[in-house]
Design a protein around this ligand. Sequence first.
Ligand SMILES: N[C@@H](CCC(=O)N[C@@H](CS)C(=O)NCC(=O)O)C(=O)O
Length: 375
Amino acid sequence: MRKTLWFISIVVIASLALAACGGGATTSTDGGETVTVVETVVVEVTSSAPVVVAPTGFGVTLETVKARGNLICGVNSQVPGFGYVDANGAFSGFDVDYCRALAAAIFGDASKVEFRPVTASERFTALQSGEIDILSRNTTWSLARDTELAGNFVHTTFYDGQGIMVPVDSGITTLKDLEGGTICVQTGTTTELNLADVMAAEGVSYTPAVFDDADATFAAYAEERCDAVTTDKSGLVSRRTVLADPSAHVILDVTMSKEPLGPMVRHGDDQWFDIAQWTVFAMFDGEEFGITSANVDDIKASATAPEVKRLLGVEPGMGLKLGLSDDWAYNIIKLVGNYEEVYNRNLGPDTPTYIPRGFNSLYTDGGLLYAPPVR
Ligand SMILES: N[C@@H](CCC(=O)N[C@@H](CS)C(=O)NCC(=O)O)C(=O)O
């Protein structure tokens, strides 16, 4: 529908431009008076559903996913709280639950998702090649990834920053204390690049010890093969919980970068981008409107607020605009939960990977989470 409106707008604007440029105007002088006749440009809409030339790729991903019968989501498997697989092969985490929410929106069934673990270096190729339908794996939105890696980032789901962790007994409290030291870091990440920038700016020389995945990076740190380990602060909180003695390690009070993390899709399929994007917004809205997995049926039955009615499909039409059924957002909240529920399940005060909400609070609570209107 959005594309339809764009199409009509383009036709109308083009027509007006033609007229304004004089393409359809004639001027004559009649009895001393100048008369300008602007020919009417008729935009003929022959049916209530004008033909829209959709860009190549539009709608392909949803069709592929539906035909396959499940979503393939690229996730982390080594970062508890975000993307983790246990000994029984069960996946859990904040990014993993986003995949479930997307499956709920599409299929009305949060279990229709296959989790495909991808390392930092593999993830973009996996997305570009079509091996995965979406990447939901603590991935930082950056200009190069948006352009040369042919990705589109949907709205940020977790605002983060890069941190650095050291053993408590090292006595290190600042980056300058790491002069001449070795720092463990994972390849294929923004972390590796930021470290070089920040240390250069601080005038600190160091040796990077570079590894392919989180297990190898943190094993090297645990074996004291480096003086510090750096990654997103969320990653440090997470991986500290699986060190032999978490209390023996401290995350320095230093933020080395902005790391806005969120799901990423391929260029070329705007419908898929919209679905992925509005899945995030439906979770924000659930929290903002006080709709939870526990009360969504009651709220749906008694809703009077127009936006809540549109969100939950009581008033039809919104799902169709996304190519989904009208209960898409109801299913997300009912089957997976609103943003707060998903956050607390994975990163809340009752979890080992507790991270205070901070920027990841609703705008009404002083945070950065803000969904556009559902209308
Ligand atoms: N947000 C950064 C870093 C993300 C990242 O890959 N972090 C590491 C360190 S915790 C990780 O998740 N490794 C897990 C793995 O490769 O399996 C990025 O997008 O480049």
